[in-house]
Design a protein around this ligand. Structure first.
Ligand SMILES: Cc1cc2nc3c(=O)[nH]c(=O)nc-3n(C[C@H](O)[C@H](O)[C@H](O)COP(=O)(O)OP(=O)(O)OC[C@H]3O[C@@H](n4cnc5c(N)ncnc54)[C@H](O)[C@@H]3O)c2cc1C
Length: 663
């Protein structure tokens, strides 16, 4: 049971009960698979000849069991489907994707951006954290469990991190992983819709050169433009309330600092009702799979099945080679697992199960910290202690206000559009003031060795020298490059809420804490133990967060918002009176925060001796043909929503995989 209402988009504790179950209304494509049913019963059959499947998406394990594929991809999410689609461009190879969630191709809950407030509760793994040291609460760690993964349930906000943050991947020991390279791949992924003159007149701005126009993932501004009146006031008030905060032309440019109207991973429409002509979510499934699947007979997707472990080839030392993947029907948590199936791998296993799912799958396969594996009785294949460490998620609180009763609903309600019409990315000097920021910077830098010791001792990182380097780079990012440390994700109502509310989710973008995700049983249906250790590690995170919440109240009490709001609902003056001390604000943060749901870093791309689990080729250390491609490889947190970066990583990975196979 959660101690706090789950509130990612309903991060406002308003009307939705996060424990409620909604019916899943997915449709499953069922097509003929008689050819495959003739597969070999024992052992893996011969390599599947591309073009013979006659099916594309199925829930029937017997359609694929005991067959061998060139590539098997674990997880049909944001990264997994991107890689699958790119690899399947070569008709000479075969690709199987195993996805635990259902295919929700025709579900308006997923496709209508106007329902993004409720969809995360439905297609969700329903993971929880452990009771957190800071505040004692168990928090929801929602992650997409559906074809498209988290891109099918996310808020669609389309932003990118700072240039220095992408360049720091290279500085941490990953040649070729820098802003220039990643921007080219993020652009490759993108099919951008430039704003119309009407949208520009209503506040949409863009830097056309930072976008791509030939990819599959649609991005842009909704049409018609959502909740324009409230959004304009939010941007104006944020700039008036936060000294030095300017308007940002494009938060996806590599310079996110500033206030702006949000852009999204949507296909803009031309009416306000979800339909072929309405605004539509551009998930990895909508982008990479449905439009082109018929042209890729060499790609097959098995949904509603959970991959449970890798099968290892005999005698493949010193590097272990995966020869197959085992899987079961998508299980009920904590149940006795159902019958096990397996498929063979000719070339590579690509693990794309996300920042929670990928370390979980590797550990179940015998790849991880030998102590963790032995504790649950899993034979150790590769002792790789970095797996499941370095978990980094952000933490948020909300401010919520009512709007006057006579305000036209259209002004503050996002219909067929995401409900976060505006954003402010704020740097440390804008947040704390120049002098306080300098002092905080000195203290943070001085404390790096001690903090590295503490985190390594807690088991949340494996290399002191590696962590020191990371913490130094993070300090440079915050204090020298002025990467934003706080995001105000401004929100309006959606029809599902039926309430007259506007507000903001406010979060630390570059926290200092580190946590873990580890399996707690050899039973693959048992959820892993997830401990982000929010607000541990350094006082600076709470200091910044307390200030950020205070500034949140200030924004909503600054014109033109001051005249547009009635009554503070969150945190509420009863909880935090006007004139409250810093400590009161910080206490409120600790008693009300939730996870942002942007976990990263749990299979980190770093040198092995510095706490890494994969190298710059994304191959798992100690293996010859197991690659991880998803948010888990990002070693340090980004001042951004993650999906654009994950698409860029997946596009780059697909090129690397093709080139290593000589394609
Ligand atoms: C509620 C929510 C809101 C968000 N909002 C935004 C936003 O507005 N903008 C933004 O840019 N980012 C947002 N993010 C973050 C972003 O969507 C994710 O970081 C990104 O999509 C992660 O991609 P991934 O490929 O790493 O994992 P995912 O897309 O989550 O894919 C992992 C897939 O693997 C599957 N899987 C896991 N384990 C197994 C297994 N053993 N066998 C088979 N399948 C398995 C999962 O079901 C899932 O489909 C949000 C995330 C969440 C959860």
């Amino acid at each position: 049971m959660l101690d706090r209402p789950y509130d990612f988009f309903v991060r406002y504790h308003w009307t939705w009960d996060g424990e409620a179950e909604l019916p899943i209304t997915s449709s499953h494509i069922t097509l003929t698979y008689s050819l495959l049913k003739q597969g070999v019963a024992l052992g893996f059959g011969a390599l599947c000849s591309p073009g013979v499947y006659g099916i594309h998406i199925t829930t029937d394990a017997s359609a694929v069991a005991n067959r061998t594929f060139s590539y098997v991809i674990v997880g049909g999410g944001t990264a997994g489907l991107t890689v699958a689609s790119r690899l399947a461009e070569n008709p000479a190879i075969s690709v199987l994707v195993i996805e635990a969630g259902p295919d929700a191709q025709n579900d308006t809950l997923v496709n209508d951006p106007g329902q993004s407030i409720t969809v995360p509760y439905v297609y969700d793994w329903k993971y929880n954290t452990t009771a957190q040291t800071a505040g004692g609460s168990i928090l929801a760690m929602t992650q997409g469990k559906v074809l498209g993964g988290s891109s099918s349930i996310n808020g669609m906000c389309w932003t990118r991190a700072t240039i220095d943050q992408y360049d720091s991947l290279e500085r941490l020991g990953n040649p070729g992983w820098n802003f220039k390279s990643l921007l080219s791949y993020m652009k490759k992924a993108e099919y951008y819709h430039l704003p119309s003159p009407e949208q520009v007149s209503l506040g949409a701005t863009v830097i056309p050169s930072v976008h791509g126009y030939e990819g599959d993932v649609n991005a842009g501004f909704p049409q018609p433009y959502e909740a324009t009146v409230a959004a304009g006031k939010l941007v104006t008030a944020a700039m008036a309330a936060i000294p030095g905060l300017a308007h940002n032309l494009d938060v996806a440019s590599g310079v996110p600092n500033g206030a702006a109207r949000f852009q999204y991973s949507i296909k803009p429409g031309n009416n306000t009702v979800i339909s072929p002509n309405g605004n539509t979510r551009s998930s990895s499934a909508n982008a990479h799979i449905y439009p082109s699947l018929q042209n890729k007979p060499n790609l097959i997707i098995l949904t509603e099945h959970q991959a449970t472990s890798l099968v290892w080839a005999e005698g493949s030392q010193p590097l272990s080679k995966a020869s197959g993947v085992k899987f079961i029907q998508a299980p009920i948590p904590n149940a006795v697992p159902g019958p096990e199936f397996a498929v063979g791998i000719e070339k590579e296993a690509i693990v794309a199960a996300g920042a929670i799912g990928s370390p979980r799958f590797l550990e179940l396969s015998g790849v991880g910290d030998s102590r963790v594996l032995q504790n649950v009785g899993i034979p150790v294949k590769i002792d790789l202690p970095a797996v499941g460490t370095n978990l980094q998620d952000q933490a948020l609180n909300t401010v919520v206000y009512g709007v006057p009763a006579d305000t036209p609903t259209s002004e503050y309600t996002a219909v067929n559009a995401p409900f976060t019409p505006a954003v402010a990315f704020v740097d440390v000097e804008q947040m704390l003031g120049v002098d306080a920021a300098r002092t905080a910077g000195k203290e943070l830098r001085k404390s790096i060795p001690t903090r590295a010791d503490d985190i390594v001792a807690s088991g949340a990182f494996t290399s002191k020298q590696g962590l020191i380097k990371i913490l130094q780079i993070q300090a440079e990012s915050i204090f020298d490059y002025k990467a934003p440390v706080v995001e105000y994700s401004f929100a309006v109502s959606q029809p599902a809420l039926g309430s007259q509310l506007i507000g903001a989710a406010i979060w630390n973008l570059i926290p200092q804490w580190r946590g873990t995700v580890h399996i707690q049983s050899s039973n693959p249906t048992v959820h892993p133990e997830i401990d982000p250790r929010f607000f541990t590690g350094s006082d600076i995170d709470l200091y910044i967060k307390g200030n950020a919440s205070q500034l949140g109240r200030k924004i909503f009490n600054t014109s033109p918002l001051k005249e547009y709001t009635v009554g503070e609902i969150m945190p509420g003056v009863a909880a935090v009176p006007d004139g409250a001390s810093d400590t009161q604000w910080q206490d409120n943060v600790i008693s009300t925060y939730n996870a942002v749901l942007h976990p990263i870093g749990t299979v980190a791309m770093l040198p092995r001796e510095n706490g890494g689990a994969v190298g710059p080729d994304l191959v798992v250390y100690g293996t010859s043909n197991v690659r991880v491609v998803d948010s888990s490889i990002i070693p340090i947190q980004l001042s951004a929503h993650l999906s654009s970066s994950v698409y860029g990583i997946a596009e780059k990975a697909a090129d690397m995989i093709k080139s290593s196979a000589g394609q």
